[in-house]
Ligand binder design. Sequence first.
Ligand SMILES: Nc1ncnc2c1ncn2[C@@H]1O[C@H](COP(=O)(O)OP(=O)(O)OP(=O)(O)O)[C@@H](O)[C@H]1O
Ligand SMILES: [Mg+2]
Length: 704
Amino acid sequence: MLKKKSKQPKLDKKERAPKKKKNQKGVQSEESIESTEVNAYQSDLKPTIWDLISPDGITIDKEDRGRIKQTLGKVVHFLPFYIPRSGYPRKLQTNWINTLLSAGEVDVMIDIHKLPKGQAIRSLQKQLTVFQSNLSWQMRRGNTDQINDLRTKIGDTEVLVEEIQFSENDMFLVSVLGNMYAKEERELEALANYLQDEMGHKFFSLTSAWSRVKKGFLSSQPVGENQLKDTFRNIDRRALSTLSPFISGAGRYYGGVPIGINRITGHKEFINTFGNEEFRPTNYNMAFFGISGSGKSVAMKLMIGRQLAGANTHFLIIDPEGEFKRLTNRLQGINIDLHEESGIVINPCAINYSDIPLDDVDDDELSLLEEDDQKEVISKNGKKYLRFVPIKEKINEILDFFNVLVSSGGVDKALNVFERNFLEEAITYVFTEVLGITSHPSSLFQDGMAEVDGELVQSRVRKPEPELLQIYEYLYEKYSNDQDCKRLLAALKPFLRTGSKPIFDGQTRLGHGVTQSLESARLVNFNISGMEEGLLKPVAYHVLINYAWEHFAKNIEKAEIKKYIVADEIWQSIDNDATVSFYEKVARRARKRNCGLMYASQDFVRLLENKKARGIVTSTFTIFFMQQNPIDLKKIRDHFDLAEGEINTIFSNTAKGECIVRFGDNRIWMRTDPSEGEMMYIESNEALLKERLDRKRMQERQTI
Ligand SMILES: Nc1ncnc2c1ncn2[C@@H]1O[C@H](COP(=O)(O)OP(=O)(O)OP(=O)(O)O)[C@@H](O)[C@H]1O
Ligand SMILES: [Mg+2]
């Protein structure tokens, strides 16, 4: 039996319980009990369940309602109701029970009894006989409507009998009843009308327990005795799942890839985070929240593997722990191991043009464009784009990069106003004076020699990218004697190609065989696990999310392709304002680029407490809630609209990979279902992986 209790204080009678003791056998009057004797009688004085739940008094003065006397002076009106046998639609949709559960001062009792197989089949056969005799009568009368209706019913029932025979289904007797409460009679009337209306829209009808008010009232109390026997109707397993205390039993199907097994229906759940023509989510971002070891990384890797293969989605991963390396190799993606000696360069000063779809003119990138800025309109695959070089935005982004650079490791403070001015002057000089870059896209190109089919030909080629060294040299020549520039120059030095951390200085170079635009790659993993924790890693994180946005998300060659930027352990970058702000921008803008941000975090409360990071969470349509830390209970309640049953699931004995998936207003209780084969490249625990591999080898040996 399931019980949803209203927020009424009426059952909270603990304090008043001793009042009832005079009713109990063998209890002496209070005065005659000495304090030392209390222990001996204590067992007799224990309140019973009735003491706890029964109100002071109940009056039934109308045919359909009554009054409960609560504490001194307080009266509550109640009206028992139920769904009559004929009050259900032919097919039960998910979500319907929530109308009752969320209606406020309403208690709902759902009484479920499973019928033994034999009895279920016998009762269905009896029903079939009734339908059939009815059908032959209607046929004689030539009543077409009835004939069609009866044929459908007979068909449905026959299928059900067959399913039960083969144990693919079960039959249940179910009764849904409840009580509504209000302080005033008028309020009760309004609530009853409201519920009747709302349920009516869903093709349910509600009936009051007319002239059986007491029985109706008692039936929905948590004592497990349903006294309204005529309220039962039979339903099958599928229909039963719609009664779960979750907002929905099964997820709606919009295509996509399988992701796990529904814990209520036992069916495979599919998820399509990009939606389809029928339904398009407001963004494609996807989050995985849960404590360490709850299965976030496994779920992410499953999504990547299955979407790559089954939904032609491309991925760029920022991998702080080197956890996605095996997956990338296995899926034939490109692994880029970034560390001080890798010889790889990711140039944070590299600039590209932006292409903004013209049917999406409200893009906030356009706000950075001024009237006299040059731009051009281009066509690609029948779509028009406004193309320009977002030079002002880029200068701001490079300033942010320097900010991360001087403040990484948490030792030094952020850029001061002098340093910002020096830098802005230097960057502008390099962009405009040295390279002649303006807001017009053609300013990124120059005449030169290009290799076409192995031959060098005269052509328009890309200008070299602006470099860190050029900015440094400008500052050094002009301001090396200026005290206010000293810290900046010292902070930059190790990051030059001559320094100990040369990863960000020079033309972007991703290593052998990797083209910079990543146009053809479907899966690229930037493994930054080998980078210096606290100092270099945060800078790399920042540069990479910038890079991912510029060259992956905004890449017009990939405009039609669904894409994800993946960031595991996103909380690691939360302390860096510039990085978090950039993530937030990506989360907001990605949808227009056919792109989403996929991220995981152990500590989602830290995300909520940071203003910018909260923006990322609120821009996330799909959230996987895996097992949660009990101290976060209140935050989850406050921030996410989850039902109590759903909250219990993620705060109790949650299995690894078990989760509530929030897909807009749809909720799915499921568990990810990695296969043995997938686990070989998904498992993050090395010891467990070795065990699996050993087991597999053993099995192979046995089958030979
Ligand atoms: N659906 C599942 N079925 C069985 N085992 C699972 C499932 N999902 C995850 N696991 C196991 O749980 C363990 C932890 O998973 P995972 O590494 O994904 O956790 P995590 O949430 O990413 O943790 P952390 O925050 O520490 O990175 C792994 O050993 C994995 O094999
Ligand atoms: Mg993990």
